[in-house]
Design a protein around this ligand. Structure first.
Ligand code: ATP
Length: 314
């Protein structure tokens, strides 16, 4: 197998360690279309990367190993089902190199929270191993490998704010004036399964109990250009929210508490159970987070801002 030390000076790779920081995502708009023949739903979504990060460090090794600390340590399997390891294998296969590295994850993104933590780790592993191994792929090539690992992985390579179509893997950046939006992220105890949330939405739709689907992202994209959080607040939406609320009725209390604290809007993030609230500014976000925490309606409320960059070597 190819090893960095065999190669000419152009593609030697790094002697390591290579540290990569990767953000969590929220969906400002999550429009869920019909179920496709391949079992995925057609999505129309606006992804937004926020300042809650996992950190992955890659070092030279004789085999491929993974260790971790932080959110989900002791719960998350560190075998080949882990998305960080699957990503390393996928990159090695694509580039024709030996998948040798010692990976270490420091997780701050909660497990199964609707913040795409697993996808973030896959994106981080692709970027870290690409640098460690000196395979030198472009962001678009990495995003191509990412799409096979999970629908959200390509977005987490790019970061920022982006439109997602297909099953979410086809991303194109949303060009907006540089603005920071301020969020409160209410993390629940325990996760929700993404496939279960989609199944619940299908069930609600079959029985006529689901809300009207969101439709186009036009209003949201226009709001992003306006820089006014009040305007943005009115356009946030998530077709999976009803499903998350039937599976976890207590989330209604979390959303209410955010509203009572003066958040401009609150939505369930992705398939939940994390709820995110839009604030007018940073100080407002800190205040709302404190009130939500005091109301006892979540495990932890954090403040975050977005958009931020995707998986990057730091
Ligand atoms: P999404 O928003 O993309 O639906 P999520 O935030 O709800 O995802 P994740 O934390 O990404 O959920 O992970 C969902 C499942 O993926 C976990 O329960 C776990 O079984 C699996 N998984 C595999 N690798 C990882 C990883 N590195 N971090 C977290 N989950 C992982």
């Amino acid at each position: 197998a190819w090893r960095p030390e065999d190669e000419d000076g152009q593609r030697r790779g790094s002697s390591g360690p290579v540290k990569v920081r990767v953000p969590a995502k929220v969906n400002l708009h999550l429009g869920v279309g019909p179920l496709r023949r391949d079992g995925y739903h057609e999505l129309n979504t606006v992804y937004h990367a926020i300042s809650i990060y996992d950190e992955l460090t890659a070092r030279r090794g004789d085999t491929l190993t993974l260790t971790m600390e932080g959110e989900g340590a002791g719960e998350l399997a560190l075998d080949d089902t882990n998305l960080a390891l699957r990503a390393a294998h996928a990159l090695a296969g694509y580039a024709g190199v030996a998948p040798h590295a010692r990976l270490h994850l420091r997780k701050q993104i909660p497990l199964a929270g609707g913040l795409a933590g697993g996808s973030a780790d896959a994106a981080a592993a692709l970027v870290a191993c690409d640098t460690l191994w000196g395979t030198g792929l472009s962001r678009d090539e990495l995003a191509g490998i990412a799409a096979d690992l999970g629908s959200d992985v390509p977005f987490l390579i790019h970061g920022g704010t982006a439109l997602g179509t297909g099953r979410g893997e086809a991303v194109s950046p949303v060009l907006a004036r540089p603005t920071s939006w301020h969020w409160v992220v209410a993390i629940a105890d325990g996760g929700l399964s993404t496939p279960a949330a989609y199944r619940e939405l299908d069930r609600l739709r079959d029985t006529g109990a689901a809300g009207t689907p969101l439709g186009s992202t036009d209003a949201l994209l226009a709001a992003l250009r306006q820089r006014d959080p009040l305007v943005l607040a009115a356009t946030l939406g998530n077709d999976l929210q009803d499903a998350a609320l039937t599976m976890r009725p207590a989330l209604a209390e979390t959303l209410k508490a955010g509203e009572a604290a003066g958040a401009l809007a609150g939505i369930v993030s992705g398939s939940g159970p994390t709820c995110v609230f839009l604030a007018t500014g940073e100080a407002d976000a800190v205040r709302i987070a404190a009130e939500i925490t005091a109301a006892g309606v979540c495990r932890e409320a954090r403040v975050a801002h977005g958009p931020v960059a995707g998986a990057r070597v730091v």
